[in-house]
Design a protein around this ligand. Structure first.
Ligand code: NAP
Length: 505
């Protein structure tokens, strides 16, 4: 191909880095790239504003169950957090403020959904097709997050339901729930926040609980004006608060990863949380989990049990199986006529749709490469997908601490990756060796064997279709920080562009 033709073919915009998504991961990556002196990058966002899962999840009662001073960037402390566990509007506003404070707006392309990206081995770059045209990038940072694509189970009869249906992450704020008969499906982290928020408003709620969750009291309180003043005037006090919150969680990790038997002690707190509000012994029994606490995410709420003790709430200890007309039917045969069905049924985590849109060096998609389960090196890079990195990828999830810590660890890795690429020069890319991915995952899975997530006697979204835990990090956040401090070039092969034919010149 003549040089001129090649130039024409590549008239589309080219950037050093394309970041996909503008939640915590994407905005964090953008800040980090700028700090590394890289300004030639874009952030592609499919929605109309930044914020990721904290933009999409606006359901009543939505808040974070990790304390705000820990669930925020270390490089962007917010002395103004109003509560110990701040609500979604404040977290979303925080992310908007990060975009402004760090000068990220010029990089952000809203309403740019990534439709497909393909590795171009000749040019050593990614060709990225978006809903608003094509661009190319040397490096892709996929920060689409595990909680971005809502999951609605395939329930026979759902199509024919004449009432209102929506998912917790796609709340219809124009729909008035006042006086309605509601079927709430699921009892995960989202549902247990929704139930107390809407229970006083609705005529009747039928709550479909397939598996009882462990729910612990939530020690939420307003952060006083004096505390906020102190954090503003003496930033070290905010850092100390963060350090304390981090430290106690690090100390708890061993019980989850090595000694799940010790977690039995805190099951007592969960049982007394039920007993405090639920007087009916039969309902108490239905609400008491039958697996080790921690196996599924431990939920925090001081209002969930009081809400379901109210006379307008029925707990059906069974999954939703079918819908007949406007009647929802549980697996145990219980029926209820309803006006609205709200799915609090979680997200596509181990089968994330973005994986279908990434075509690597061997011409296969990431979903195909991951057909037997997600696998990456250090939660970041995948063999056969050069210069492609994901933020909070496989085995980076946490059971008891802040994902922002994990994101920041991966940003360190990204920064070093970019440094290594610069040293190698413009005509090189890095492709992680399959052997390095294999070795890393063998170590992760070996450690996983003893953890509560694998031994606790439950099924959860932490496990994939093959029963393998590809989501959780089986260690402390400190260990992950150490493992992602820098890129070990020995774990990568350096890919160079093929030498061009003479007549090409
Ligand atoms: P989730 O934890 O995946 O829970 C989904 C729920 O739907 C489970 O209770 C599941 O039951 C149930 N379910 C699925 N199909 C069902 C059916 N046919 N009938 C009845 N129930 C059914 O989803 P989520 O609550 O949206 O939470 C997802 C994640 O988001 C959380 O784990 C957490 O990481 C995050 N989150 C965090 C916060 C926070 O405060 N930081 C708040 C909300 C969400 P089974 O248990 O039987 O599978």
């Amino acid at each position: 191909m003549a040089e001129q033709e090649r130039e024409q073919e590549h008239e589309c915009e080219h950037v050093r880095v394309a970041v996909i998504g503008s939640g915590f991961g994407g905005l964090g990556a953008a800040v980090r790239l700028r700090r590394e002196g890289i300004t030639d990058f874009v952030v592609l966002e499919r929605a109309e504003s930044v914020g990721g899962t904290w933009r999409d999840n606006s359901y009543p009662g939505c808040a974070c169950d990790v304390p705000s001073h820990l669930y925020s960037f270390s490089f962007a402390p917010n002395p103004e957090w109003p509560r110990t566990f701040s609500g979604q509007p404040h977290i979303r506003a925080y992310l908007e403020s990060v975009a402004d404070t760090f000068g990220l707006r010029p990089h952000i392309r809203l309403k740019h959904e990534v439709l497909m990206m393909r590795w171009d081995a000749d040019e050593l770059r990614w060709e990225i097709e978006t809903s608003q045209g094509t661009l190319t990038a040397d490096v892709v940072v996929s920060a689409t997050g595990p909680l971005s694509d809502p999951k609605v189970p395939e329930i026979p009869g759902l199509e024919g339901f004449e009432g209102k249906v929506f998912h917790s992450a796609q709340w219809d704020h124009d729909y008035d729930l006042t006086g309605k008969r509601v079927a709430m499906i699921g009892t995960g982290a989202s549902a247990i926040q929704i139930v107390p928020a809407i229970q006083p408003q609705v005529a009747k709620m039928t709550l479909f609980q397939r598996t009882a969750p462990w729910v612990m009291p939530r020690m939420d309180r307003k952060i006083s004006g004096a505390e906020r003043w102190l954090h503003e005037k003496v930033p070290a006090t905010g850092a100390a608060r963060r350090g304390f919150l981090w430290g106690i969680r690090e100390l708890q990790v061993g019980a989850f990863t090595k000694h799940p038997d010790r977690l039995g002690l805190i099951e007592r707190i969960g049982r007394s949380n039920i007993a405090r509000s639920i007087k009916d012994p039969a309902l108490r029994a239905r609400l008491t989990p039958t697996y080790r606490i921690g196996c599924k995410r431990i939920l925090l709420s001081s209002t969930y049990y009081p809400a379901i003790a109210k006379p307008n709430v029925d707990v059906v200890a069974s999954g939703l199986k079918e819908i007949r007309g406007n009647v929802v039917v549980a697996a145990d045969g219980t029926e209820a006529e309803v006006d609205v069905i709200i799915f609090g049924t979680g997200f596509h985590v181990t089968d994330m749709p973005i994986a279908d849109r990434v075509v690597g060096a061997d011409g296969i998609t990431l979903a195909e490469a991951w057909k037997d389960g997600m696998e990456s090196l250090r939660g970041a890079t995948a063999a056969g997908f050069p210069n492609w990195m994901t933020i909070i990828g496989p085995n980076t999830g946490l059971g008891n601490s802040s994902m922002i810590l994990m994101i920041e660890s991966q940003l360190n890795y990204l920064a070093d990756y970019m440094r290594q690429l610069n040293v190698l020069g413009g005509s090189a890319a890095l492709n992680v060796r399959a052997s390095a991915v294999g070795a890393w995952n063998r170590r992760v899975q070996e450690r996983m064997k003893r953890t509560v997530w694998n031994t606790g006697g439950c099924t959860s979204w932490y496990l994939d279709a093959n029963g393998r835990n590809t989501t959780i990090w089986p260690g402390t956040t400190g260990e992950f920080r150490a493992a992602t401090r820098e890129v070990n070039l020995g774990e990568y092969e350096v890919v160079r562009a093929p030498v061009r034919e003479k007549e090409d010149a």
